[in-house]
Every structure is written in structure tokens, then in C-alpha cells.
Design a protein around this ligand. Structure first.
Ligand SMILES: [Zn+2]
Length: 184
């Protein structure tokens, strides 16, 4: 059950990776902006030049029109530079900034995450799945415990002496085990 959940989560993560790469490539061809207006604030999500930036402001005094739905999507030409997308100091595309002004309870905040980091992050689980699957496969093959990797050569109890995991017997006599040993 846990193994299946892990496989499903890895597949979803792999889909996320593909989606991230598509957005990453697109971020150099266009600058996409998604704005959400809530009653007291405006949240901007901007994708461009390899980064995804999010900012929130509670100052809506400069807004000319606030849409009824609360959502606005704008697709611009490629941004001239990253400062246009996210005007905060960035290191490798990462950045976080809070503009604290005395007397203002709700400051302006901005966060930037580079697409390469998101792509890398979404690859961790599929990579772990691949490595574990390979390890399980090679351990099964080499007559080792599928859970802890302990050598089961000569084992006739059907249980791993190291961790107690029930292990499938390759044949019902120790003869087959001996054969496996002599092969390897
Ligand atoms: Zn074991």
C-alpha cells in the first residue's frame, strides 16, 4: 500500500516536473501575470525570465478598476529584466522581501523562486522511486532481503534474520540457494 502510494506520488511529481519545464520555457517567450484581488489586498503571480514571483500588497489606493471576479490575467511580451518582474534583490533567482513601514500593519511582501529549483525539487521523488525500484530489483535478484539488503544466502527460514521481513523462497530446498550462491 505504502509502496503504491509512493509510486502514485512519484508519478504526480513527474507530471509537475513536466508542467514546470513547460512554464520555464514559456517564461522566456512571454511574461504571464495573474492578479487576485481580495477585499483588502492584491496578490500578484508573475512568471518571466526563469522565475516565478509572488507579491502581496494591502495598499489598493492606486487601483483604478477592481474587477468583480477578483481575477485578472495578463500576458505581456518578455520582460526586459528580472527587476521588472520582481523588484527585490535576487540570489540565483531566489528572493524574499518584506517592506516594513512604520505605522503600516500590512506590509508589501514579495517572494521569488526560480524554475530550475522547482524542476529539481519535483524530480526528487521520481528519482528516489527509480533508485529504490532498481535496488529492490537488484537485491531480489542477488538473493538479498528486499527491505534491508541483508544476504539471505543459505536462509531456509523464510524470514530475514536481520529485520524479520518475510522473504519469498526461491524453491523449497536449500539446494536452489546453493545454486544461486555458486552462480554469483
Ligand atoms: Zn531484512
Amino acid at each position: 500500500m505504502r509502496r503504491r502510494l509512493f509510486a502514485v506520488a512519484s508519478a504526480i511529481s513527474l507530471l509537475l516536473f513536466v508542467g514546470t519545464v513547460v512554464l520555464w520555457v514559456r517564461s522566456y517567450a512571454a511574461c504571464d501575470q495573474l492578479i487576485l484581488y481580495t477585499r483588502r489586498s492584491r496578490i500578484d503571480l508573475v512568471s518571466g525570465l526563469g522565475i516565478l514571483a509572488c507579491s502581496r500588497t494591502a495598499d489598493l489606493s492606486h487601483e483604478l478598476v477592481i474587477p468583480d471576479s477578483g481575477w485578472v490575467y495578463i500576458s505581456n511580451d518578455p520582460a526586459p529584466n528580472r527587476a521588472w518582474i520582481c523588484p527585490i534583490p535576487l540570489v540565483w533567482g531566489f528572493g524574499y522581501y518584506v517592506n516594513r513601514v512604520k505605522g503600516v500593519a500590512d506590509p508589501w511582501r514579495a517572494l521569488s523562486v526560480p524554475y530550475w529549483a522547482m524542476a529539481l525539487g519535483s524530480l526528487i521523488m521520481p528519482a528516489a522511486w527509480l533508485i529504490l525500484s532498481y535496488r529492490r530489483w537488484s537485491c531480489n535478484r542477488a538473493n538479498h532481503c528486499p527491505k534491508c539488503g541483508y544476504s539471505l544466502t543459505g536462509n531456509t527460514s523464510g524470514v530475514c534474520p536481520e529485520c524479520g521481513t518475510p522473504v519469498p523462497q526461491h524453491g523449497n530446498s536449500s539446494g536452489s540457494n546453493t545454486m544461486a550462491t555458486s552462480e554469483s
